[in-house]
Design a protein around this ligand. Sequence first.
Ligand SMILES: NC(=O)c1ccc[n+]([C@@H]2O[C@H](COP(=O)([O-])OP(=O)(O)OC[C@H]3O[C@@H](n4cnc5c(N)ncnc54)[C@H](OP(=O)(O)O)[C@@H]3O)[C@@H](O)[C@H]2O)c1
Length: 305
Amino acid sequence: MRFLMTGATGFLGHHLWATLRDAGHEGVALARDPERAAKIVPGGRIFEWNGVVGLPPESAFTGVDVVFNLIGESVARRWNAERKRRFRDSRVLPTRALVERMSGLATRPGTMISIAGTGFYGDRGEEVLTETSTPGKGFLASLSQEWEIAAGEAEPLGVRTVVVRSGVILGRDGGVLPRILTPFRFGLGGRLGSGRQYFPWIHLADAVGILLHVADRTEIRGPLNGVAPEPVTNAELTAALGRSLNRPTALRVPEFALKAALGEMAEELLLASQRVSPIRALQTGYGFKFPLLGPAIADLCAPAS
Ligand SMILES: NC(=O)c1ccc[n+]([C@@H]2O[C@H](COP(=O)([O-])OP(=O)(O)OC[C@H]3O[C@@H](n4cnc5c(N)ncnc54)[C@H](OP(=O)(O)O)[C@@H]3O)[C@@H](O)[C@H]2O)c1
């Protein structure tokens, strides 16, 4: 198989790239800085494209079977109007441009797998959220809807399109886990707010595994939740991290302090509750490597072998 990837240099992208390359597939990456990208994703063809201006080069699509669309500036930092514009533009504009480029191709890729987030669902308390649940409210929910609609435009072109609504990806070398772990290692870890909010999580091995699963299973189209089957609250996550590192977790960061320090980002990313179920992944036969949080955290906190 030949695959094309945006966001290949990122945390999720470079792990997916390595897995696909190890399995013998040919890779094409679209990246802002091809020289830097060649070091992070070796062994493939790299085309320069910044995602937000113009269309990706047509020649990059030659012989491509599957497009993995993983581009997007990280939202895990304090938000302001300019950053919110960049969060949106670095997702919605590249997705639209990919679809526009594919619309003009004589031979189109068979499949596009576009990443998205559980931010689609907004703040939903105890409600169990499946792929058929309605979207929520807030900045991330409306960005996610725009992003998913942009990806869905590939389907009428005859490109099978899957949108993977990923939970927070837990890995050793990127994403939020290394940042969360620092205070815990110093015994300063604790619940955020009430700790009752549900935290949608997935081990990196399963985040990669689900993308491969949907690439392989041609009957899957539309949204699919990329989260582990065991729903946990922030308090349960806190306890699991404390146990794994053998550190106390008695502290509690009050809601008002988080909102004062991090503003809207704290409300939508840290305090929002999303009890998301991976019902479609399970129904289509995906076998999770890390369905439970305890073993996932133990694996990620164990000394590197
Ligand atoms: N990590 C998670 O927990 C998580 C959870 C849910 C959804 N997701 C989504 O999955 C995707 C990948 O996440 P990740 O953690 O791998 O992110 P990441 O490490 O920050 O990588 C993002 C990639 O997007 C490109 N990019 C970043 N900002 C850009 C901008 N302003 N303009 C153009 N390109 C830009 C970069 O590519 P170049 O610099 O090479 O061009 C980079 O490779 C994102 O869309 C993210 O929202 C991630």
